[in-house]
Design a protein around this ligand. Structure first.
Ligand code: AAT
Length: 290
């Protein structure tokens, strides 16, 4: 074995109990603290650029964030087609917000993040991720627990994007049936909820659990896939719940027409990728279907 290059290694903790890890060399640490909610570290890595880990789990990197943020946002918004109001749960780095705001027809975005320190330090140390999105007048930024927010709000949303941490720590409540039920109650008719649902090759039971709950709450419960290199272990599943079962079978030409009308450029999302993302391998289908 060759000797590893010197420097501090940030070791991914997500699958440590199961006997697997990977590590990122921190060439420079910009910020590290135990916030009221979690351990936060923002550092520079030679391959992935600036990145943030929470409780030892990679959350976002400058190099590959576009894949996750584009797919979590443009798939539900373009599939729905008439989105004006969006609720983001989590997403403190501002990447989902940046992509949502590219949709001209969206006139209000509520973002509910539990940890103000994430937003604060991402604005300072990872400004490329939000790219000015926090200054947009369409934004209503709320610092609160997303599960509590959906129980209490009287507002309705066309799309809910749950950009949460894994079901460990503060994100755990965002995988409970009570949260999904309350979230379904704040959707407008035909609205869509999408959720960060982990990498099914590694976290299949997590996807299975969400899908069981979604099947009890929505006419259509499925997921779609995108491969994000730093969420290691294969493609990530994005949970999909809606009462409008036509949204996943839109003709390609219709998705193309809606995307062209928006007129913005993407680096991962294309209408073909959008449609294909709902094609699921057998081992993923086994998590989705009973
Ligand atoms: N944009 C990709 C980054 C994330 S971060 C997920 C965010 O969810 C964090 O900012 C965290 O503070 C916030 N969060 C956690 N729990 C709650 C809660 N209960 N209410 C509101 N916000 C919350 C996603 C990374 C995915 C990692 C996959 N392994």
């Amino acid at each position: 074995m060759t000797e590893a290059p010197k420097g501090r290694w940030i070791v991914e903790t997500l699958y440590e109990k199961e006997g697997f890890t990977c590590a990122f060399r921190a060439d420079k640490v910009f910020h590290e603290e135990n916030t009221a909610e979690q351990n936060l570290v923002i550092f520079e890595n030679a391959l992935f650029g600036r990145m943030m880990a929470l409780d030892g789990i990679t959350q976002v990197t400058e190099r590959d964030e576009f894949i996750y943020h584009e797919m979590m946002t443009h798939v539900p918004i373009l599939a729905h087609g008439r989105v004006r109001r969006v609720l983001i749960i989590g997403g403190g780095d501002g990447g989902i917000l940046r992509e949502v705001l590219r949709h001209k027809k969206v006139d209000k975005v509520t973002m509910v993040e539990i940890d103000p320190a994430v937003t604060d330090f991402c604005k300072k140390q990872l400004p490329k991720i939000s790219d000015g999105a926090f200054d947009d007048p369409r934004l209503d930024l709320v610092f609160a627990d997303g599960a509590k927010f959906v129980e209490e709000t009287t507002e309705k949303y066309d799309v809910i994007i749950v950009d949460s941490t894994d079901p460990i720590g503060p994100g755990e409540v965002l995988f409970r049936e009570s949260f999904y039920r309350a979230a379904s109650g704040v959707l407008t008719p035909g609205g869509v909820i999408v959720t960060q649902n982990g990498v099914p090759f590694m976290q299949g039971s997590e996807l299975k659990a969400t899908m069981e709950k979604f099947r009890r709450l929505f006419k259509e419960a499925t997921c779609y896939l995108a491969t994000i290199p730093t969420y290691v272990g294969g493609p990530m599943a994005m949970g999909w719940g809606t009462d409008d079962a036509t949204l996943t079978s839109l003709p390609l030409e219709e998705i193309e027409r809606r995307f062209a009308e928006e007129g913005f450029a993407t680096r991962y999302y294309t209408p073909e990728v959008h449609k294909a993302a709902f094609a699921l391998p057998r081992y993923v289908l086994d998590c989705v279907a009973p």
